[in-house]
Ligand binder design. Structure first.
Ligand SMILES: NC(=O)c1ccc[n+]([C@@H]2O[C@H](COP(=O)([O-])OP(=O)(O)OC[C@H]3O[C@@H](n4cnc5c(N)ncnc54)[C@H](OP(=O)(O)O)[C@@H]3O)[C@@H](O)[C@H]2O)c1
Length: 173
Protein backbone atom coordinates (compact mmCIF):
# COMPACT_ATOMS: atom_id res chain seq x y z
CA UNK A 1 0.00 0.00 0.00
CA UNK A 2 2.87 2.37 0.73
CA UNK A 3 4.28 1.60 -2.73
CA UNK A 4 0.93 2.49 -4.28
CA UNK A 5 0.91 5.84 -2.46
CA UNK A 6 4.47 6.55 -3.62
CA UNK A 7 3.47 5.67 -7.18
CA UNK A 8 0.64 8.21 -6.95
CA UNK A 9 -2.01 5.54 -7.47
CA UNK A 10 -3.48 5.84 -3.99
CA UNK A 11 -4.01 8.98 -1.92
CA UNK A 12 -4.43 7.53 1.54
CA UNK A 13 -4.13 4.15 3.25
CA UNK A 14 -6.91 2.68 5.33
CA UNK A 15 -6.88 -0.34 7.59
CA UNK A 16 -9.80 -2.43 8.66
CA UNK A 17 -10.71 -4.62 11.62
CA UNK A 18 -7.55 -3.68 13.50
CA UNK A 19 -7.56 -3.75 17.29
CA UNK A 20 -5.32 -1.44 19.30
CA UNK A 21 -2.55 -4.09 19.47
CA UNK A 22 -2.38 -4.28 15.69
CA UNK A 23 -2.44 -0.48 15.47
CA UNK A 24 0.52 -0.14 17.83
CA UNK A 25 2.37 -2.74 15.77
CA UNK A 26 1.60 -1.06 12.43
CA UNK A 27 2.49 2.40 13.69
CA UNK A 28 5.88 1.10 14.85
CA UNK A 29 7.03 0.39 11.29
CA UNK A 30 4.75 2.19 8.82
CA UNK A 31 6.57 4.85 6.86
CA UNK A 32 3.25 6.18 5.53
CA UNK A 33 0.73 6.14 8.35
CA UNK A 34 -2.80 5.08 7.51
CA UNK A 35 -5.44 7.81 7.49
CA UNK A 36 -8.48 5.69 8.28
CA UNK A 37 -9.46 2.79 10.49
CA UNK A 38 -12.70 0.95 9.67
CA UNK A 39 -14.21 -1.10 12.47
CA UNK A 40 -17.54 -2.54 13.55
CA UNK A 41 -19.13 -0.02 15.88
CA UNK A 42 -22.69 0.66 17.03
CA UNK A 43 -24.36 1.17 20.43
CA UNK A 44 -23.79 -2.47 21.40
CA UNK A 45 -20.06 -2.27 20.52
CA UNK A 46 -18.88 1.24 21.27
CA UNK A 47 -15.14 0.43 21.27
CA UNK A 48 -14.25 3.55 23.30
CA UNK A 49 -10.64 2.54 23.91
CA UNK A 50 -10.00 1.77 20.26
CA UNK A 51 -11.50 5.13 19.24
CA UNK A 52 -9.24 6.83 21.76
CA UNK A 53 -6.17 4.95 20.49
CA UNK A 54 -7.07 5.87 16.90
CA UNK A 55 -7.39 9.53 17.90
CA UNK A 56 -3.94 9.39 19.53
CA UNK A 57 -2.56 8.17 16.20
CA UNK A 58 -4.60 10.83 14.35
CA UNK A 59 -6.55 8.19 12.48
CA UNK A 60 -10.12 8.88 11.40
CA UNK A 61 -12.58 6.08 12.18
CA UNK A 62 -15.37 4.67 10.04
CA UNK A 63 -18.02 2.58 11.78
CA UNK A 64 -19.33 -0.33 9.74
CA UNK A 65 -22.60 -2.03 10.58
CA UNK A 66 -23.53 1.24 12.32
CA UNK A 67 -27.15 0.16 12.81
CA UNK A 68 -26.13 -2.84 14.91
CA UNK A 69 -27.74 -6.22 14.54
CA UNK A 70 -29.94 -5.68 11.50
CA UNK A 71 -27.74 -6.95 8.70
CA UNK A 72 -26.77 -10.03 10.69
CA UNK A 73 -30.27 -11.34 11.37
CA UNK A 74 -30.70 -12.69 7.84
CA UNK A 75 -27.26 -14.34 8.12
CA UNK A 76 -28.31 -16.10 11.34
CA UNK A 77 -25.56 -14.20 13.14
CA UNK A 78 -27.98 -12.19 15.30
CA UNK A 79 -31.39 -12.72 16.82
CA UNK A 80 -34.43 -10.70 15.79
CA UNK A 81 -34.78 -9.34 19.30
CA UNK A 82 -31.29 -7.79 19.28
CA UNK A 83 -32.18 -4.70 17.24
CA UNK A 84 -30.65 -1.53 18.65
CA UNK A 85 -33.51 0.38 17.02
CA UNK A 86 -35.99 -1.12 19.48
CA UNK A 87 -34.13 0.13 22.55
CA UNK A 88 -36.24 2.49 24.69
CA UNK A 89 -33.57 5.23 24.84
CA UNK A 90 -33.31 5.22 21.06
CA UNK A 91 -37.08 5.29 20.63
CA UNK A 92 -37.41 8.13 23.16
CA UNK A 93 -34.86 10.29 21.32
CA UNK A 94 -36.57 9.49 18.01
CA UNK A 95 -39.93 10.59 19.47
CA UNK A 96 -38.47 13.81 20.88
CA UNK A 97 -36.81 14.74 17.59
CA UNK A 98 -39.52 13.38 15.28
CA UNK A 99 -36.86 11.26 13.56
CA UNK A 100 -36.59 7.53 13.01
CA UNK A 101 -34.68 5.25 15.40
CA UNK A 102 -32.20 4.54 12.57
CA UNK A 103 -31.50 8.26 12.22
CA UNK A 104 -30.93 8.53 15.96
CA UNK A 105 -28.43 5.66 15.96
CA UNK A 106 -26.59 7.01 12.91
CA UNK A 107 -26.55 10.52 14.40
CA UNK A 108 -25.07 9.06 17.60
CA UNK A 109 -22.28 7.57 15.46
CA UNK A 110 -21.56 10.90 13.79
CA UNK A 111 -21.81 12.94 16.97
CA UNK A 112 -19.18 10.76 18.64
CA UNK A 113 -16.81 11.55 15.80
CA UNK A 114 -17.00 8.49 13.56
CA UNK A 115 -18.03 8.30 9.93
CA UNK A 116 -20.95 5.89 9.41
CA UNK A 117 -21.60 3.74 6.36
CA UNK A 118 -25.13 2.31 6.60
CA UNK A 119 -26.23 -0.03 3.84
CA UNK A 120 -29.77 -0.16 2.50
CA UNK A 121 -31.48 -1.69 -0.50
CA UNK A 122 -34.42 0.73 -0.13
CA UNK A 123 -34.25 4.19 -1.78
CA UNK A 124 -36.50 5.77 0.89
CA UNK A 125 -34.19 4.55 3.62
CA UNK A 126 -31.19 5.86 1.71
CA UNK A 127 -32.71 9.36 1.94
CA UNK A 128 -33.52 8.79 5.61
CA UNK A 129 -30.00 7.59 6.37
CA UNK A 130 -28.48 10.70 4.77
CA UNK A 131 -30.68 13.21 6.61
CA UNK A 132 -28.57 13.40 9.75
CA UNK A 133 -27.15 16.90 9.80
CA UNK A 134 -30.01 19.13 10.92
CA UNK A 135 -30.58 17.82 14.44
CA UNK A 136 -28.57 17.08 17.58
CA UNK A 137 -28.76 14.53 20.35
CA UNK A 138 -28.36 15.93 23.85
CA UNK A 139 -25.39 14.93 26.00
CA UNK A 140 -27.77 12.84 28.08
CA UNK A 141 -29.11 11.03 25.01
CA UNK A 142 -25.56 10.42 23.80
CA UNK A 143 -24.60 8.93 27.18
CA UNK A 144 -27.72 6.76 27.43
CA UNK A 145 -27.18 5.34 23.96
CA UNK A 146 -23.49 4.73 24.69
CA UNK A 147 -24.55 2.92 27.87
CA UNK A 148 -26.18 0.24 25.69
CA UNK A 149 -22.65 -1.05 25.05
CA UNK A 150 -22.43 -4.76 25.83
CA UNK A 151 -19.36 -5.61 23.71
CA UNK A 152 -21.60 -7.46 21.26
CA UNK A 153 -19.58 -8.11 18.12
CA UNK A 154 -21.67 -9.44 15.25
CA UNK A 155 -18.89 -9.68 12.68
CA UNK A 156 -16.34 -12.03 14.22
CA UNK A 157 -14.24 -14.08 11.77
CA UNK A 158 -13.13 -16.33 14.62
CA UNK A 159 -16.74 -17.41 14.80
CA UNK A 160 -18.19 -17.37 11.28
CA UNK A 161 -15.16 -18.38 9.16
CA UNK A 162 -15.09 -21.90 10.50
CA UNK A 163 -18.64 -22.70 9.45
CA UNK A 164 -18.60 -20.65 6.23
CA UNK A 165 -15.10 -21.40 4.91
CA UNK A 166 -13.88 -24.34 7.01
CA UNK A 167 -11.08 -22.09 8.25
CA UNK A 168 -10.36 -21.15 11.88
CA UNK A 169 -9.01 -17.61 11.64
CA UNK A 170 -9.63 -15.57 14.79
CA UNK A 171 -8.61 -11.91 14.89
CA UNK A 172 -10.18 -11.05 18.26
CA UNK A 173 -9.21 -13.05 21.34
N1 LIG B 1 -14.94 -3.85 6.72
C1 LIG B 1 -15.67 -4.88 7.11
O1 LIG B 1 -15.17 -5.90 7.60
C2 LIG B 1 -17.15 -4.78 7.00
C3 LIG B 1 -17.95 -5.74 7.59
C4 LIG B 1 -19.34 -5.62 7.49
C5 LIG B 1 -19.90 -4.56 6.78
N2 LIG B 1 -19.07 -3.65 6.19
C6 LIG B 1 -19.67 -2.53 5.41
O2 LIG B 1 -20.48 -1.72 6.25
C7 LIG B 1 -21.61 -1.25 5.52
C8 LIG B 1 -22.87 -1.47 6.29
O3 LIG B 1 -22.82 -2.58 7.11
P1 LIG B 1 -24.02 -3.62 7.30
O4 LIG B 1 -24.78 -3.79 6.06
O5 LIG B 1 -23.41 -4.80 7.95
O6 LIG B 1 -24.91 -2.94 8.46
P2 LIG B 1 -25.90 -1.72 8.60
O7 LIG B 1 -25.71 -0.72 7.53
O8 LIG B 1 -25.75 -1.28 10.01
O9 LIG B 1 -27.33 -2.42 8.50
C9 LIG B 1 -27.90 -2.78 7.29
C10 LIG B 1 -29.26 -3.36 7.62
O10 LIG B 1 -30.10 -2.34 8.16
C11 LIG B 1 -31.26 -2.18 7.37
N3 LIG B 1 -31.50 -0.73 7.29
C12 LIG B 1 -30.79 0.19 6.63
N4 LIG B 1 -31.30 1.42 6.83
C13 LIG B 1 -32.36 1.27 7.65
C14 LIG B 1 -33.30 2.16 8.22
N5 LIG B 1 -33.24 3.48 7.98
N6 LIG B 1 -34.26 1.67 9.02
C15 LIG B 1 -34.34 0.36 9.28
N7 LIG B 1 -33.48 -0.56 8.78
C16 LIG B 1 -32.51 -0.10 7.96
C17 LIG B 1 -30.92 -2.80 6.02
O11 LIG B 1 -32.08 -3.35 5.42
P3 LIG B 1 -32.58 -2.83 3.97
O12 LIG B 1 -31.46 -3.08 3.00
O13 LIG B 1 -33.78 -3.67 3.73
O14 LIG B 1 -32.89 -1.37 4.14
C18 LIG B 1 -29.97 -3.92 6.42
O15 LIG B 1 -30.70 -5.05 6.89
C19 LIG B 1 -21.59 -1.96 4.18
O16 LIG B 1 -21.14 -1.03 3.24
C20 LIG B 1 -20.58 -3.07 4.36
O17 LIG B 1 -19.85 -3.34 3.18
C21 LIG B 1 -17.72 -3.70 6.31
Amino acid sequence: MEGLVEAGLVKEIGVCNYNSGLLHDLMAYASIKPAMLQIESHPYLTQERLLRAAAQYELAVTAFSPLGALSYVELNMADNGESVLKQAVVQAAADRLDRTPAQVVLRWGIQRGTAVIPKTSQPERLKENKALFDFDLTDEEMSSISALNCHRRFNDPGHFCEEAFDCFYPIYD
